[in-house]
Ligand binder design. Sequence first.
Ligand code: ADP
Ligand code: MG
Length: 212
Amino acid sequence: MNTKDFASLPLSDDCLANLASLDYLEMTPIQAASLPAALEGRDLIAQAKTGSGKTAAFGLGVLHALNPRWFAVQGLVMCPTRELADQVAKELRRLARYMDNIKVLTLCGGVPMGPQIGSLEHGAHIVVGTPGRIRDHLGKGTLDLSTVKILVLDEADRMVDMGFYDDIENIARACPKRRQTLLFSATYPDSIKRLAAPLLIRPVEIRVESLH
Ligand code: ADP
Ligand code: MG
């Protein structure tokens, strides 16, 4: 079987049919390199440029790790900006269309906390947000991360450039030690290596140069 074929992965027929309906006919290089390890539950550091399909690379990993019948925050995705968090949430909802009622909640700054607290009380399977607002909810005790099974750092280099290093560390520490962690970054400077060292366990390291 072609290693670019989504059907080479341990995904359900419903998931494969949904990918086909999205016109995802074969995996991009970063997806082909990262999904086998991500779906096995391994930690991952993946370096790839913008537009390479990183969202589905971690998104399918997040959905795979979920128990849909357990209504608790099992997936946490951190992004640098509200715009990126909204895009990731939208993509996760598309990827999850074949599943019943997967709730994806975004938590970003620039809007009042109140409605977000209300949404958190209703519950969610996946939270996508910016480190600043996630930190604020943790500080207020309105977000419980003790049920997280999979933590994703998307565009980690940008988050560190924006000064979120300490927030990311503290948020990761609020998640269970036994979890899966996926780190995606366009570049891999020393600051990201330092950030990753205590947060990931024996990560698979992937680097994809070209887009196609
Ligand atoms: P990145 O986060 O690496 O910048 P995205 O995850 O935003 O990239 O994906 C870029 C675009 O490629 C999106 O429009 C997405 O829907 C599309 N895409 C992702 N994976 C595939 C695939 N396997 N086949 C076709 N299109 C894809
Ligand atoms: Mg992206």
